[in-house]
Unconditional design. Structure first.
Ligand SMILES: [Zn+2]
Length: 427
């Protein structure tokens, strides 16, 4: 049963093609039934929500996240974290070894709860759980369905568990992808951890078994170690290695793209894959900055750091000293296109499309238009929690309350699971 209601008196924008003040949106059957002027609105016998001049955005996309990290807050790394490899070994790889069935599920629930508070209605998750590969994506899928967010899921294949576990990781991705091919809410991708955790033999096996139309989602050139490994194997960089194995296409999702060669940049220009920059994570891991002069067209992800995309925009802006020439394309236009590739009639605010909205708690009083929208987002919205988040016409979050779950009860469960998980982490 879908809700039928009207949002009125909002400032509505898709971030790149229109901005309407004093706007009214009718939502019915999960879709945007009608967009018009609030002043010529004649009352119908349906629920009306007065937004009191708040800024309304399309539901936000997080194209690169790791929900398995959601319960890591408070963990102290078990060894030094002086470089990227040590951070992986002493924190993330120790964590993903200890995840079990219940902690995979509750990590996803917890990460999604946070994401919804920040207006995210579509999320690409890159999952790892070394001791529970088979069926792990289905546990995460269950969390997406419970919270009500659209998801594109994959399992990050690596050699970390040894040769015998390669096949189960490939199967987990491909089986999940096939099972969800026609699903309107959940889709699958082929997850690879990174070049430097995949041997030549493993890459060959993956390339051989990959269904042609199934895109990859990988960490690419995140740290210099990834680049150096590819050069040692005889390639001109991480993108070049993917290309040589036939894994590069316009649908490939490459996270980071920091340490690349000229050959790599040329291949990016030629194939135009989807590139996700994760500025907060890159700063946290001290791995450098993506070259935004060479890579102008990208999206912003959070890479397990947070569920807050608009906060990530603010970090990105400050890190680049206010020099973000393509900010609106990065934040709205590119996400709209990517969301639309996976979910038909989704990603843009248009009559007949899925009703996905991030309604900020910000009431602009200064003049607002498409040319100055960035500054309203940075200094008005400020990356704070939303007033309301709507996905497929359903109000998931409003009045500081999540509506698809009982947060108090879920938090009791999460607390029990976290205590056990953190104990295992230090064993
Ligand atoms: Zn990542």
């Amino acid at each position: 049963m879908h809700d039928h209601f009207i949002l009125t008196n909002g400032i509505v924008t898709d971030g790149f093609s229109f901005l309407i003040e004093n706007c009214r949106i009718e939502i019915a059957d999960g879709k945007i039934a009608n967009i018009g002027d609030a002043s010529d609105f004649k009352s119908k016998d349906i629920k009306i929500i007065d937004l009191k001049g708040r800024l309304v955005l399309p539901g936000l996309l997080n194209p690169h996240h790791h929900l398995y990290s959601a319960l890591a807050t408070g963990l102290v790394p078990i060894g030094p974290t002086d470089n990227f490899t040590q951070i992986l070994e002493n924190l993330w790889w120790q964590l993903d070894k200890t995840l079990d069935e219940e902690s995979i599920y509750y990590s996803a629930v917890s990460g999604l709860m946070q994401s919804v508070r920040y207006g995210v209605t579509t999320l690409f998750d890159h999952h790892a759980s070394m001791s529970r590969v088979t069926g792990s994506l289905q546990l995460i899928e269950k969390a997406f369905r419970k919270i009500g967010v659209k998801g594109v899921l994959c399992y990050e294949i690596s050699d970390r568990m040894g040769k015998n576990f390669l096949q189960s990781q490939i199967n987990e991705n491909i089986n999940f992808y096939i099972k969800n091919m026609e699903d309107p809410q959940i889709q699958g991708l082929l997850g690879l951890h990174a070049n430097f955790t995949l041997s030549e033999a493993s890459m060959a096996t993956i390339a051989e078994q990959k269904p042609e139309e199934l895109p990859i989602h990988i960490h690419c050139g995140e740290d210099k170690a990834d680049f150096d490994y590819c050069v040692e194997q005889g390639y001109n960089g991480p993108v070049h290695r993917l290309f040589e194995y036939g894994l590069l296409s316009e649908n490939s999702i490459l996270a980071h793209c920091i340490h690349l060669s000229e050959t790599d940049y040329q291949l990016l220009q030629k194939f135009e894959p989807i590139i996700i920059s994760n500025p907060e994570s890159n700063a946290n891991n001290n791995v450098g900055l993506m070259n935004i002069e060479k890579i102008e067209n990208y999206l912003l992800g959070t890479d397990g750091m947070t569920g807050n995309i608009l906060g990530t925009l603010r970090s990105h802006y400050l890190q680049r000293n206010g020099n973000l020439p393509n900010a609106m394309k990065i934040l709205f236009e590119n996400p709209a296109q990517l969301t639309g590739r996976y979910f038909s009639n989704s990603g843009t605010i248009r009559e007949g499309n899925a009703a996905d909205f991030a309604i900020t708690n910000y009431i602009p009083v200064m003049p607002i238009n498409l040319d100055n929208l960035l500054y309203h987002l940075l200094f008005g919205v400020q990356g704070k929690e939303m007033f309301m988040t709507i996905a497929d016409g359903k109000i998931l979050f409003s009045d500081n309350t999540l509506h698809t779950i009982d947060e108090t009860e879920i938090n009791k469960e999460i607390k029990k699971v976290v205590n056990k998980l953190h104990e295992r982490f230090y064993e």
